[in-house]
Each structure stands twice: as structure tokens, then as C-alpha cells.
Design a protein. Sequence first.
Length: 311
Amino acid sequence: MGEAAPGAVLVVGSVTADVTTFSSRLPEPGETFLGDAFTLVLGGKGANQAVAAGRAGAEARFVGCVGTDLFQELVTGGLRDAGVDITHLRAVDDQTGIAHIRVDAAGENDIVMVPLANAHLSKEQIDTAFGDFAATSSVMLSQLEIPFTLTMHAIRRAQEHGLTVVLDPAPAHELDDEIWPLIDIVTPNETEARLLTGIPVTDRASAVQAAQWFLDRGVKNALITLASEGSVLVTTDGEATHFPPLRVDVVDTTAAGDAFAGFLAASLASGSDLHAAIERASAAGALAVTKRGASPSLPMHEEVERFRQGI
């Protein structure tokens, strides 16, 4: 991983207004089904991870684009309230990105994300942000909800400046192999690992196999998250470590991965070793599924520490 001194977490990614419905089950195609609740909150994988990093205690900086519409204040206010630096959140003449999320009684969800303003992010905006932030940042979080060329551009900039690069490969899609040697830590869940590697991930053994696929292509550390089965880390020295699951009552799995990513990055930025960072991130991810919504479910660091002490 990068050798940068402890510093801030830089997030280059997406931001949306999340429109979420909750119902006992999801409707069949063509069916209208009555739900139980509705929320409208800040979301987007990039913004959620920035909020999570901020709540974890890191200095978090976010680079992205928001629209000039009625959702603009929802987005900017939500990030600002979490203590995220939004100097490089640019307002553009378009609609704010939208995520339409449906959650069933088991807490499982499906999501349609419409990028809109997120598509206006540019290499020039990313370069300007790195000019301001790179020297005092130590970890960069990246995802796949912005155009891949921009994700690659940001990752290259991060590598040039010695930042530790964490990739949450969601939503998963086929990627150019040139990305993998630039990644310090990749964190797919079992579905994303299967889509990227072609290996069905159903248990620890297959998770190790999928992790090795990433390492064979140049990734330094591959962490496969397995929901109720915990997670598996495989490193370049061949060591495989299983992190057991933390038992909680699942209400809504939305943003659990973002809580995990934000706390992982914040812990690494503060100087924690990778194993300690994963343990803290696992607790944050577990707590996130006990609450409804995306950004509202992201825990504060005090909550995570109390939870860990009670385990």
C-alpha cells in the first residue's frame, strides 16, 4: 500500500438523492403493491463513503457533481453536516443524480441509479482537486458509479501522489485489466466478485479463489465480503484471513458496503494496520444494516466502538 503519512480520506465519486420505498415484498412485473414507508435522503456510493469516513473520525474530502435543482441542498447539506469538505463538489446545469431503491421485509434491496449530474465530472475537476488535496491525503476511495475513464484517471493520480487506493467495484461491470496493478485494496461482495472474475463465490474457499484472481492481475490485497459469512482477505504473500460475521438484526442492507468502505479508509488513514481496519469496518457495516436508509444508517464512530466493546 501507499507509504503516505496519516492524513485525509479523498473520495472521488457519485452523489445522488435516494428515493427509497419499504414494503413487505417487492412487486412482480406489472404489479402495483402497497408499501409501508418512504424516505428521501442523501445517497450515492461516493457521497455515502465520504460521510462514513467523516463519521469514522477522518478528515473526508469529496469530489463530484450535483445538479442545480430542488435536491441540491439535500446533497450539499447532508455532506456538510457530516463534516465532509465539499470545496470540489461542483454544481452543474442538470438534475442531481437519483437512486430509486426498493427494500423488502428481509432488508434486501434492488436499486436503479440514474447518474444525471454525475456524468459532468471531468478530468480537469479531478486534477484541480488533487492539486489542492493530494499532499495532505493518504487514502483515496473509488467506486464505479462515475464514468470508468474518470475512475481510472483519479486512481492514476492517487498512485502518482502515493495515496493508498481502495476500490469498491460497484456497480460491477467488466473492467480493463490495466486497473488492477493500480489498486492497493479491492473490496467486492460475493456478487461483484462473481461478475468480475467469473468464479461463483459461495463459501470461504471460493472467496479465496476469487481473491487470488485479483491478485494474479496485480491487486495488492483482495477482500471479499460474504454478508452473513463475514469476509475473506487474501494478500500478496498468500496469506488468507477469515473475518467472522457480526450477528445483528437486518432491517435494510442499503449502504452497508459504504459504511464498511468509509470506516476502512478512515482507519487506514489514521495509521491502523489492514487487519485492524477491517475489523472496525466490519462493525460499521454490521451496524448500518440495523437502520433504514442509506446515509441515515451510516454509524458514528462512538456507536461503532460501543458495539465492538459489547461483542
